[in-house]
Design a protein around this ligand. Structure first.
Ligand SMILES: CN1c2c(nc(N)[nH]c2=O)NC[C@@H]1CNc1ccc(C(=O)N[C@@H](CCC(=O)N[C@@H](CCC(=O)N[C@@H](CCC(=O)O)C(=O)O)C(=O)O)C(=O)O)cc1
Ligand code: HCS
Ligand code: ZN
Length: 777
C-alpha cells in the first residue's frame, strides 16, 4: 500500500488565532500560559484535521511561534552574544527578543536579521555564527510536540531543518564559513534524534532545502557528511526532503545518501523525474511531491496518477509515498471558508485542506483501483476541461496590446540628462528625506475597513475617515520637515491585494491568509485570467494628498514583478506573459498619476530579488523579462517625473546589472539591520542613479537614535557621492505605531540635517571625491 505524507501545515489557524494570540501576548494583554495554551490547541486541531483527511504521516514541529529557523537556533543554543543577558531569564522572552529586538528593563538589543526563505514570500530569521559559536541542546520543542501529538493518539513524523542547511542559511560574522561548525553541531542533532526515538518516533523529516541550489563541492560534501554521521549514530529513519527546485547535478550524490527515504519536489523539480525513476533505490522509500504546496490550483489528477503508477511499478507500493511538493506553509488553509468566491473560479482551486483530500484520493486510487473512484476522476477531468475552455480567462484586447509593445516603450532618456531636469523641477535639498509609503495601519483603520467591507459603514463615511487620516499624515510630515511626502496608504489592506482587487483577471479571498513573517500574514490574490485595468487605482488618494501641500507627494504603486510574485499565478501561461500584462496596467496608472500633477512616483519592487530562480542557469532569462516589465511600467512618463523604486530584504550582489537596468531615478533599499552591508553591491558596481539606504529597521519596535542613524548614513557617505544619497527608513511603516514612527522619523530628519550641515562645511573647502560620477556616468 502506498502511503500519504504531509510536509508541513499552515500555522496561523483559520481565523489567524496564532497571530492574534501572539500580538496580544506582545502587548501584555494575555499571559505566557494563555499564549502557549492557544498554540497547543491550534496544533491539536491541525493534527486532528490531517488525521481525519486520512494522512498517514502527519508532521509535528512544523508549528512555530515565530519561525522554524529561529526554532532551530533555539534548539541548538546558537544564541548571539548580544542576547546573553536575556539568556538566563524567560526563554520565550529571549526567543521573541531574537526575532524582534528588545528595548526594555535597561536592555537594548537589535533583532537578528530576517530574509526571504528561498524564492517564497516567507521570511526567516538568519542564524548568526562565529568561529567560536558553541552549540548546546537548549530547546526540546521538537520532542515535546511529538509527545503532545502522541498523547492525542497521533504518531507524527517530526520535522527538523537539517544541520547542513541550517548552517548554510546562516551568516558568519567573522572570516570563517558556517559549515566549519558542522562537526560541532552534529552531536546536538544526534541527541535530538535519540530523544525522538526514545519517545517512540519511527521517522523524522529532515529538510534539506539547500539541495535545490547550485552547490559548491564542500557544501554537497557537508550535506553528505551530516547524513553519514546521523545514519551511523542514530536509529531513527530519516526522510530527507528537498523542495522548490530540481536537484539536477546534485541528484547523483543525493541518491547515495544513507537515509531511509528521499522526497522530491516533482512540481518545481519535474525535470528530475526521469533520473529518479531510472535509479535503483535499494529499499529506500521514495516520496513523490506531486501536489503543489505553493499554489492553489486543483491537481491534474491524471498526471499525478500516471507518475504514481510508474513509481509503484518500479519501486513497489510499500516504498512509495505521495506528498505535497513542499510544506503547505505557503498555501491558505481552507477553501470552504470562501463561500463568496465566484463559483466557477472556486471549482478550479484547492487550499491546504483540499490538498490533503487530493493526497488521500490519489493514494486510494493507487491502492484500490480506479473503478471505485470513477465519479471523483470524472469530476476532476470535467473541472480541468472547464478551466481550459473558460471564456473568462482570455481577453483578446489584452493579448493584442501585449504583442504590440515596442522597444521604445521600454526606455527613457539617459539618467544623467533626466537628473538635471528633475533637480530643477523638484528643488530638493541635499540628502532628501522621505519614507517608503505606508504609515501605521492602526487597528482603528483596520476596523473601519472591516466595517465598511461588511456594509456596516457607508462608502462616504469610510472615505471621510481615510481623508482625515491622510490629512493628518501630510500635516505631520510637513511639521517634521520631511522633503518628499507620502499619502500613507491608509486605504490599502495590502500593497498587492489592493491592486489585485481592482484589476481584471484577479480573484481575491476573504480568508486565504498565508504567513509572511512572525505574526504577519498576507492574502495573495489569485491571477486566473488576462490582466487589465478597468479604471485608475491610486489617483484619488495621491491627488487628494498632493492637494494638501506644496511639497511633492510621492505616488505609490506596486510593481508588476511584485504583484506577480505575491499572487497565486495562473499555471496555464508563462509567468513572463502574465507579468507583461500587469506591467501595462501599471504603466497606465503611472501615466494617470503624472497627468494628475504627481511629480514623483514610486513603483515598489520588493519581490524583484525573491523571484530570481534558485539556479544560476535560469537567472538571465528571469532578470531580462523582469527588468523589462519594470521598465515597461515606468518608462511612459516625462523626463521631469522622478521614478523611485523600493526593494527590501534583497541581496543585490548577483543582480546589480539588472537593478541598474531598471533605470529608476532613485532606489530605496533595506540596509539598517545589516549595518549598510547590503549597500556594498551598489558601491562596488558604481551604481549611477540615486539611492536611499534604509536607516531605520521598521520590523523592530526599537526606536533608532539620531546618532545611530548618523553613523549609518556617514558610512554610506564614505562610499557614495552625497548627491546620490536619500534618507529613508528600510521599508513602509504600516506595522509600527505612531509614537514609534514619529520618534524615529524625527530622529531621521535631525540626522539628515546634521549631515547636510557637515557636508556644506566640508564642501566649502573641497569638492567631495566622487562628485563627478553622477554627472558623467
Ligand atoms: C512588505 N511586505 C509584504 C509582503 N507581501 C505582501 N503581500 N505585502 C506586503 O506588504 N512581503 C514582504 C513584506 C512582508 N511584510 C508584511 C508586513 C505587514 C503585513 C501585515 O501587516 N499584514 C496584516 C494583514 C494586512 C491586511 O490584509 N489587512 C486587512 C485585514 C485586516 C484585519 O485583520 N482586519 C480585522 C479587523 C480589524 C482589527 O480588529 O484589527 C478582521 O477582518 O478581522 C485590512 O487592513 O483590511 C496582518 O495583520 O498580518 C504583512 C506583510
Ligand atoms: N510602499 C510599501 C512598500 C512595502 S515593501 C509600504 O510602504 O508599505
Ligand atoms: Zn519594503
Amino acid at each position: 500500500m502506498i502511503q500519504t505524507a504531509n510536509l508541513g501545515f499552515p500555522r496561523m489557524g483559520l481565523d489567524r488565532e496564532l497571530k492574534k494570540a501572539t500580538e496580544r501576548y506582545w502587548k501584555g494583554k494575555i499571559s505566557r500560559e494563555d499564549l502557549l495554551l492557544q498554540a497547543s490547541e491550534l496544533r491539536s486541531r491541525h493534527w486532528q484535521l490531517q488525521k481525519e483527511a486520512g494522512i498517514d504521516m502527519i508532521p509535528s514541529n512544523d508549528f512555530s511561534l515565530y519561525d522554524h529557523v529561529l526554532d532551530t537556533v533555539a534548539m541548538v543554543g546558537a544564541i548571539p552574544d548580544r542576547f546573553h543577558s536575556l539568556a538566563e531569564g524567560d526563554k520565550l522572552e529571549l526567543y521573541f527578543a531574537m526575532a524582534r529586538g528588545s528595548q526594555k528593563d535597561g536592555v537594548d538589543v537589535v533583532a537578528m536579521e530576517m530574509t526571504k526563505w528561498f524564492d517564497t514570500n516567507y521570511h526567516y530569521i538568519v542564524p548568526e555564527f562565529k568561529k567560536t559559536t558553541a552549540f548546546s541542546l537548549s530547546s526540546l520543542k521538537v520532542v515535546e510536540e511529538f509527545k503532545e501529538a502522541l498523547s492525542l493518539g497521533i504518531k507524527t513524523r517530526p520535522v527538523l531543518l537539517s544541520p547542513a542547511s541550517f548552517l548554510m542559511l546562516g551568516k558568519a560574522y567573522d572570516d570563517h564559513a558556517p559549515l566549519d561548525l558542522l562537526e560541532k553541531l552534529l552531536p546536538i542533532y544526534k541527541s535530538v534524534l535519540d530523544m525522538l526515538a526514545d519517545a517512540g518516533a519511527e521517522w523524522v523529516q529532515l529538510d534539506e532545502p539547500c539541495l535545490g541550489l547550485d552547490l559548491e563541492p564542500e557544501e554537497i560534501d557537508a550535506i553528505t557528511r551530516a547524513q553519514q554521521y546521523l545514519a551511523a549514530h542514530s536509529s531513527i529513519k530519516i526522510m530527507l526532503t528537498s523542495y522548490f527546485a530540481p536537484l539536477k547535478e546534485n541528484l547523483c550524490q543525493v541518491f547515495s545518501l544513507p537515509v531511509a527515504g528521499l522526497h522530491f519536489d516533482l512540481i518545481r523539480g519535474y525535470e528530475d523525474w526521469k533520473s529518479v525513476i531510472d535509479t535503483p533505490f535499494h529499499g529506500k522509500v521514495v516520496s513523490l511531491g506531486l501536489i503543489d504546496g505553493r499554489n492553489i490550483w486543483r491537481a491534474d489528477l491524471e498526471d499525478v496518477l500516471s507518475i504514481v503508477q510508474q513509481a509503484v511499478q518500479k519501486f513497489g507500493p510499500e516504498k512509495v509515498v505521495v506528498a505535497p511538493s513542499c510544506s503547505m506553509l505557503h498555501c491558505p488553509m481552507d477553501l470552504d471558508s470562501e463561500p463568496e468566491l465566484d463559483h466557477e473560479i472556486r471549482s478550479w482551486l484547492a487550499f491546504a485542506k483540499q490538498k490533503l483530500a487530493e493526497l488521500s484520493l490519489v493514494a486510494a486510487i493507487a491502492n484500490h483501483g480506479r473503478e471505485q473512484y470513477a465519479g471523483a476522476l470524472s469530476e476532476f477531468a470535467r473541472i480541468g476541461e472547464s478551466r481550459k475552455s473558460s471564456t473568462r480567462i482570455h481577453d483578446l484586447k489584452v493579448k493584442q496590446r501585449a504583442n504590440a509593445v515596442q522597444q521604445l516603450d521600454y526606455h527613457r532618456i539617459p539618467f544623467r540628462e533626466r537628473v538635471v531636469l528633475q533637480e530643477e523641477s523638484l528643488s530638493l535639498p541635499l540628502l532628501p528625506t522621505t519614507s517608503i509609503g505606508s504609515f501605521p495601519q492602526t487597528s482603528s483603520i483596520r476596523q473601519m475597513r472591516a466595517r465598511y467591507k461588511k456594509g456596516e459603514l457607508s462608502r462616504e463615511r469610510y472615505e471621510e475617515f481615510l481623508a482625515e487620516e491622510t490629512k493628518q499624515a501630510i500635516r505631520w510630515q510637513e511639521s517634521a520637515g520631511i522633503d518628499v511626502l507620502v499619502h500613507g496608504e491608509f486605504e490599502r489592506n495590502d500593497m498587492v491585494e489592493y491592486f489585485g482587487e481592482q484589476l481584471n483577471g484577479f480573484a481575491f479571498t476573504k480568508n486565504g491568509w498565508v504567513q509572511s513573517y512572525g505574526s504577519r500574514c498576507v492574502k495573495p490574490p489569485i491571477i486566473y485570467g488576462d490582466v487589465s485595468r478597468p479604471h485608475s487605482m491610486t489617483v484619488r488618494w495621491s491627488s487628494y494628498a498632493q492637494g494638501l501641500t506644496v511639497k511633492p507627494v510621492k505616488g505609490m504603486l506596486t510593481g508588476p514583478v511584485t504583484i506577480l510574485q505575491w499572487s497565486f499565478v495562473r499555471n496555464d501561461q508563462e509567468r513572463k506573459e502574465t507579468c507583461k500584462q500587469i506591467a501595462l496596467a501599471i504603466r497606465d496608472e503611472v501615466k494617470d498619476l503624472e497627468n494628475n500633477h504627481i511629480q514623483v512616483i514610486q513603483i515598489d519592487e520588493p519581490a524583484f530579488r525573491e523571484g530570481l530562480p534558485l539556479r544560476k542557469a535560469e537567472h538571465k532569462d528571469y532578470l531580462d523579462w523582469a527588468s523589462q516589465c519594470f521598465r515597461l511600467s515606468s518608462s511612459g512618463v516625462k523626463s521631469t517625473t522622478q521614478i523611485h523604486t523600493h526593494m527590501c530584504y534583497s541581496e543585490f550582489n548577483d543582480i546589480m546589472d539588472a537593478i541598474a537596468s531598471l533605470d529608476a531615478d532613485v532606489i530605496s533599499i533595506e540596509t539598517s539591520r545589516s549595518a549598510m552591508e547590503l549597500l556594498d553591491a551598489f558601491v562596488s558596481f558604481q551604481y549611477p542613479n540615486q539611492i536611499g539606504p534604509g536607516v531605520y529597521d521598521i520590523h523592530s519596535p526599537r526606536i533608532p537614535s539620531q546618532a545611530e542613524m548618523t553613523k549609518l548614513l556617514s558610512k554610506a557617505l564614505e562610499y557614495l557621492d552625497h548627491r546620490q544619497v536619500w534618507v529613508n527608513p528600510d521599508c513602509g511603516l504600516k506595522t509600527r505605531n505612531w509614537d514609534e514612527v514619529k520618534a524615529a522619523l524625527t530622529n531621521m530628519v535631525s540626522s539628515a540635517r546634521e549631515l547636510r550641515q557637515a557636508l556644506s562645511s566640508q564642501a566649502k573647502g573641497q569638492p567631495l571625491k566622487q562628485a563627478e560620477r553622477v554627472q558623467t556616468h
